[in-house]
Design a protein around this ligand. Structure first.
Ligand SMILES: [Zn+2]
Length: 227
């Protein structure tokens, strides 16, 4: 049986997708409480992102997971719904702005192979929770869609964050306390989907945009009210 304490892979610089879309919706009402369940990042919120951390909830519903976040005990950026929920097969829940640090890994935890052994993981990572009981006494497989949806989120992040380099389980970062996403999570399939998804073409509006680097610098001096 695979060991979640070994779930870790690197994202090669050469494989970065040109574009990777994401179907996401705000979890209903989460805008009322994400601010008290997250922190301002201490690193740049684009350039400072180095890893995506994969979790499973150890619960059976999105609403159960979100009650933990509503109470201010933990948080994550995305939640992948379970197979008996309406959103399953359609979209993932966005639960916190990516620009904020969510609370999904203890501040003093680290792993030598992840971002040079740095602590304060939440400040340089994004967190994905997948709804799954993880119970060993019942059969509760992750659905194919859940695995694919998690892989899509990672590809979206890989496209968006230029310094994102690693994908890692919570179990790797906190092996004494955590085993998620658990030995039933098909890490190899998930990894393959992150690496090998067919390339999406850029939407027309994006493909017509001029890259920032090619924009002409202003030739007139810009005056301010106080100049
Ligand atoms: Zn976790």
């Amino acid at each position: 049986m695979p060991d979640p304490k070994g779930y870790l892979f690197d994202l090669p610089a050469t494989g970065r997708p040109e574009f990777a879309s994401l179907q996401e919706e705000w979890y209903p009402g989460v805008q009322d409480y994400w601010s008290r369940s997250t922190s301002a990042r201490i690193f740049d919120f684009i350039l400072g992102i180095r890893a995506v951390v994969i979790h499973a909830t150890a619960g059976v519903s999105s609403s159960g997971a979100m009650s933990v976040m509503r109470d201010g005990n933990a948080s994550w950026h995305w939640l992948v719904p379970d197979e008996d929920e309406e959103a399953h097969g359609q979209f993932v829940w966005a639960c916190a702005p990516e620009a904020r640090a969510a609370w999904h890994v203890r501040n003093d935890r680290s792993h030598a192979a992840v971002n040079g052994g740095a602590t304060k993981v939440n400040h340089w990572s994004l967190g994905i929770e997948i709804v799954n009981s993880q119970r060993r006494d019942v059969v509760d497989p992750f659905s194919e869609w859940q695995v694919t949806a998690a892989a899509r989120i990672v590809r979206h992040c890989w496209w968006k964050y230029p310094n994102l380099k690693q994908v890692v389980s919570h179990a790797v970062l906190d092996p004494d306390r955590r085993t998620d996403p658990g030995s039933h999570f098909p890490w190899q399939t998930f990894r393959d989907q992150v690496m090998e998804r067919p390339t999406e073409s850029l939407p027309v509006a994006l493909s017509r945009a001029t890259p920032m680097a090619e924009l002409a610098s202003p030739t007139v001096s810009i005056r301010t009210c106080c100049a």
